[in-house]
Design a protein around this ligand. Structure first.
Ligand code: SAM
Length: 236
């Protein structure tokens, strides 16, 4: 994603400490305290301009959301979008169930404690098509190893992409880590845009061009897997 340099972006982020977290490391193990409750925490890693995480936080007030990206400008845009989505809040008003955090996910273990998260969304992660860049893909097994530490017993990863090669790589990566998948689809919106799932900025662009969206859910936590199997056993 190409970004224009802009003066004053950092100052703008610093003016919004109730929404924007510039030093996520200081909250490691303390996110529940930050939100002031013990509701489940769902994160989007690589949130971009923030449409998805904003809309999720509006739809589900009993879930705490954290959107993470590594660029100041994207955080600023996401903050603007979030305030609009929550009815046009001003810069000094907080959103009780949303935080936007600056972090390069290489250092994700510095920001979250073991078992602190319930769900990780990976939406349209950069595909990094060259083999020598495979380690940068957010579904590389080195990233998965970290996600498996910070997710709790109910932990899941929800992954969607327009890239067939990234999807193929990722399914292998999940399987290599011994993870079970469900709801795998090679064309999420085959019957029209799904209104039960919030689309991202990238997704809307790709759907507009008629491209298929690949998606799957990955069961990481022990309870998430047990409950899934129990549901399968229920009489139809
Ligand atoms: C292709 S964009 C997708 C944005 C958004 N999820 C969407 O679907 O519209 C990928 C995003 O991941 C972010 N990203 C990629 N690698 C990252 C990393 N190591 N740490 C933090 N963010 C990262 C990029 O900055 C970019 O905003």
């Amino acid at each position: 994603m190409r970004l224009r340099g802009r003066k004053g972006i950092r100052e703008s982020l610093e003016r919004q400490p109730d929404l924007v977290v510039l030093d996520g490391k200081s909250l490691k193990g303390r996110w529940a305290e930050y939100f002031g409750n013990t509701n489940p925490i769902h994160v989007e890693f690589g949130m971009g301009k923030g449409r998805f995480i904003s809309e999720q936080s509006v739809r589900n007030p009993d879930i705490n959301y954290i959107g993470v990206d590594m660029y100041d400008e994207l955080l600023r845009r996401a903050a603007d979008k979030a305030r609009l989505a929550h009815g046009g809040l001003s810069e000094n008003e907080s959103i009780p169930n949303l935080a936007l955090a600056l972090c390069n996910l290489e250092y994700v273990l510095d920001m979250f404690e073991t078992g602190e998260l319930e769900r990780i969304y990976l939406n349209f992660s950069d595909p990094w098509p060259k083999k020598r860049h495979a380690r940068r893909r957010l579904t590389h097994h080195e990233f998965l190893r970290k996600y498996m530490l910070i997710l709790n017993d109910r932990g899941e990863i929800h992954f969607k992409t327009d890239s067939m090669s990234l999807f193929e790589f990722s399914l292998n990566s999940f399987a290599d880590m011994g993870l079970r998948m469900r709801n795998i689809t090679l064309n999420l919106h085959a019957d029209g845009l799904r209104d039960d799932l919030v689309p991202t900025e990238y997704e809307l662009k790709f759907v507009d061009r008629g491209m298929p969206i690949y998606r799957c859910e990955v069961l990481v936590g022990k309870l998430a897997l047990e409950e899934h199997v129990e549901r399968l056993m229920e009489p139809q």
